[in-house]
Design a protein around this ligand. Sequence first.
Ligand code: NCD
Length: 314
Amino acid sequence: MTTPLEPAQPSPRHLITLDGMSAVQITGLLDLAAELRARFRAGARTLPLLTDRTVFNLFFEPSTRTRASFDLAARRLGAQVINFDIASSSTGKGESLEDTLATLEAMDADAFVVRHQANGTPARLAVHARRAVVLNAGDGNHAHPTQGLLDALTIRDRKGSINGLKVTICGDIRHSRVARSDVHALRALGVGEIRLCGPRRLLPDDGEFVDCAIGDDFDAAVENADVIVMLRLQKERMTAAMIDDDADYFTRYGLDPVRLKRAAPDALAMHPGPMNRGVEIASEVADGPQSTILDQVANGVFVRMAVLADLLGA
Ligand code: NCD
């Protein structure tokens, strides 16, 4: 009898964070996303894997990419999708989120896709879900697991593997759930080096990222990088004005063609969106040949198809 080298590892019941997920689990989801993408591009525009399943999108924060792509992903798998209108729901009448969840679960909801400004909300709802699965679409600055997966898939597509790469993440690291989920995914997949860069006030607290190089000098951080992930200034999460001036910020932390040249010759310029041109990234870079921004968006749909199919056991 032979023993498999890498035993199959099922995904957790809910998708709350990539922290603690193994390379096998993450690679399995990326492979599934790539497989769904190949089938879609070969002409299978819909796959009836989730017919008769109901997915509720509960977005308590604005979203363009994540919400549209979760919606599209579920529909392409044949599910029924309810985009819950938070502004006009009873959460504004004092109903707790737990009671809202129980109410929707009583309508036989199968999955809740949750985005919320408070860290831990998707995890809290997952504890209350009786049968449905909860997928975190971004909570506070805690986690954005599908963004971590789609970024890893985009890098793997272009570079062949994550193994040994030098990745620089620059911008408002302190408030970024994207940075955190990227670090979790990249670390699990054997990244060589992660450099976190931004103005001092926007760097994380000491001790949070012990295995990353942290600094405020972008020119140094970008040197020879294989991948550069640029982040938006999340002013909605800042408690005070933490940045003096956008133009000054661009001078020190903007990714322009001159800075991009300091990186490895074929370095990737990434951004999760929404981007602010001329604040963290120059248009020449965002629209240039090294940019992966629209590939990230395209991959987001396939990654979300993969996680929905996987968690709903299709
Ligand atoms: C990010 C988010 O909401 O965390 N956007 C996204 O999901 N693509 C990043 C951001 O808002 O800056």
